[in-house]
Write a protein that binds this ligand. Structure first.
Ligand SMILES: C[S@@+](CC[C@H](N)C(=O)[O-])C[C@H]1O[C@@H](n2cnc3c(N)ncnc32)[C@H](O)[C@@H]1O
Length: 282
């Protein structure tokens, strides 16, 4: 299936989902924001020192960032009504916001901009970054900003040459993560966020997913030719994929470290899809 055909199928699948998943963190208040700051600090500090060295992270600093996020979400973001079905939702956006603030990327690239929830969040979180948004179909994008370079194609067709070590790339296009890691590495990106990137147990939520996902790429127990299958309730379909060892060959080797990003959903009610942060070797 070509990228364009696949994008059209994904769009129509998304349109069929319920739009009732959006939640804002604005009403949570200050005590909850403090708790979120505490939790996110523990996680961010657990990342390799290489990532956090340039900023000395503290709870008050994170609390400031979270307050700014709350402010941004309750004003401009909500006014544009970006949080529709199929877009990145609050918990995942908060993580994206924090990574953007932490890394202060010189360049931010996003594959799979859809309505623009995550792109808009990144634009506000890293005000001076050069930003590129990619998607074969840009007609659903709910905001346009002259400072953002938009590309109506797969990013492999208009590759970026990246030299800054803080450059950040976010994938929410549901395309093969092994391919994306190879491409990002070839372009010089070192910091990657994968959205909607579950391990096998979370596959049931998806019909189209970027296989192999990052946890599958890292799973040493998966054998070549092994079947990965799951049931997708909304479409009533049994889906199946075959893991190919040669397809991931060389990919683990360019990963410096990779970690799943904690969900903010069960504790704080902020809808968080399965996200991974991947740091590549230079
Ligand atoms: C889950 S949505 C992204 C939601 C987006 N982050 C937001 O907040 O609005 C996935 C999007 O990826 C797009 N897509 C599909 N193939 C793509 C490709 N090869 N490159 C970039 N985007 C692609 C689909 O058209 C779809 O709009």
């Amino acid at each position: 299936m070509t990228y364009r055909n696949r994008a059209e199928v994904v769009e129509s699948e998304l349109a069929a989902y319920s739009a009732d998943t959006f939640r804002s963190i604005s009403p949570l208040g200050s005590a909850m924001a403090e708790r979120i700051a505490r939790e996110t600090l523990v996680f961010l500090r657990s990342l390799a020192p290489a990532l956090t060295a340039e900023k000395s992270l503290s709870e008050p600093l994170l609390l400031d960032w979270i307050r700014e996020f709350q402010e941004f979400k309750s004003c401009e973001y909500d006014r544009l009504r970006l949080g529709v079905a199929g877009s990145t939702l609050t918990g995942s956006l908060l993580w994206l916001w924090l990574f953007c603030r932490l890394l202060e990327p010189e360049v931010y690239a996003e594959c799979g901009v859809f309505v623009g929830s995550s792109l808009f969040t990144a634009r506000h979180a890293c005000k001076v970054a050069e930003i590129h948004g990619f998607a074969p179909n840009l007609t659903n994008l709910a905001f346009r900003d002259g400072s953002i370079f938009l590309h109506a194609c797969d990013w492999s067709l208009e590759p970026l040459g990246i030299h800054g070590k803080r450059a950040l790339c976010c994938f929410d296009d549901h395309i093969d993560c092994a391919q994306r890691i190879r491409e990002a590495h070839a372009m010089g990106f070192r910091n990657l966020i994968f959205d909607d990137c579950p391990d096998i147990g979370g596959f049931h939520r998806y019909r189209f997913i970027g296989l192999p996902t990052v946890p599958l790429i890292l799973d040493q127990k998966l054998a070549d030719g092994e079947s990965v299958d799951w049931y997708h309730p909304p479409s009533k379909k049994n889906l199946i994929n075959t893991f190919r060892a040669d397809h991931v060959a060389g990919v683990r080797e360019v990963i410096d470290f990779a970690t799943s990003i904690p969900s903010l959903e069960s504790k704080f009610g902020l809808v968080t899809h399965e996200q991974w942060f991947v740091r590549l070797k230079s």
